[in-house]
Design a protein. Structure first.
Length: 121
């Protein structure tokens, strides 16, 4: 049964890129037709004080969507959610120019992602 597995472990579902937000949640089935769903109600918490070796601080030269910033830094639009969580951003539509943001260094992305996955299981 495909109950409580990550999407990339379920053969009849499309494989997701490593950094997709959906990858940190397990998938479950419901109903007689076996619809899949994510339990996205679990909350991701980051420590208030992150180890300073894990991140860089960047200052936005202009206001931009988090997907654009994610692409410029990581080469993928899929890490917008990581930027939001690390910086405790409540409304991603209101990120003004000049704002300083913590950005997880590329070398530590996989470790941070694994820690997040373990936290919400």
């Amino acid at each position: 049964m495909d109950l409580g597995q990550f999407q990339n472990k379920i053969n009849n579902l499309q494989e997701l890129e490593l950094y997709r937000y959906e990858n940190i949640f397990k998938i479950y089935k419901t109903g007689k037709k076996n619809y899949f769903y994510y339990n996205i109600l679990k909350k991701i918490k980051m420590p208030k004080e992150l180890n300073k070796n894990l991140y860089d601080v960047v200052q936005l030269p202009v206001a931009m969507p988090l997907t654009t910033l994610s692409y410029k830094i990581y080469g993928t639009t899929y890490l917008w959610w990581m930027i939001m969580i690390i910086n405790n951003i409540q409304n991603p539509a209101k990120i003004e120019s000049g704002k300083e943001l913590k950005i997880i260094k590329k070398d530590f992305l996989k470790v941070v992602l694994e820690n997040i996955k373990q936290q919400i299981q």
